[in-house]
Design a protein. Structure first.
Length: 185
């Protein structure tokens, strides 16, 4: 039982002008592939990517990576739908915890992932990165919480409310990254 990366990349990216799952850095690096690499280098045994908007195009970018792709048909409802689809997909796995990350976090590194996953050693634990006291991603959700989190998420809030009421451990990562998402080209 290890940590299973869960990359959320389903949104339309309206402010970006295209789904963030299709964005590449100036040097040609796919955000999807970079994020998968960060999760793997951070210690995730396996990675599942949740897609939605233009999923067929994004799936091609993941060829050869060995990830599992899940399409959230209700992706337009927001991050909650993506998280729900991802956690349901992991339900049959033997993973200790899901390491939830967003595709639009360009400076989050494997070191951040390792820092947050290091505090989750059991299936009943919750942890998340924080940046100068501001909660962020990745969020590590122990398997004992998967069903309850999936049942509680709605809209674009993700698991924020659930985490607040269930003893999440904040792991300060502000010296490693800013943790800011990128919404504009």
């Amino acid at each position: 039982m290890g940590h299973h990366g869960l990359l959320l990349a389903a949104g339309a990216g309206t402010r970006m002008g295209q789904p963030k799952a299709l964005v590449h850095d100036g040097d040609g690096t796919s955000w999807l592939r970079r994020s998968v690499g960060v999760l793997r280098s951070g210690g995730c045994d396996r990675v599942t990517v949740v897609l939605g908007a233009r999923a067929d195009e994004a799936t091609h970018l993941l060829e050869g990576t060995g990830v599992t792709v899940v399409v959230a048909d209700d992706w337009a409802e927001g991050m909650g739908a993506s998280l729900r689809a991802g956690l349901h997909a992991l339900a049959g796995s033997d993973a200790l915890a899901a390491v939830v990350m967003l595709v639009d976090l360009p400076d989050v590194t494997a070191e951040v992932v390792r820092s947050v996953t290091a505090v989750v050693t059991g299936p009943g634990q919750l942890a998340r990165a924080s940046y100068e006291g501001r909660p962020g991603h990745p969020v590590v959700i122990g398997r004992d919480h998967w069903a309850a989190v999936a049942d509680s998420v709605a809209g674009d809030q993700g698991a924020r409310t659930y985490l607040a009421g269930h003893g999440v451990v904040d792991v300060e990562c502000g010296t490693l990254a800013s943790g800011r998402d990128r919404d504009l080209p």
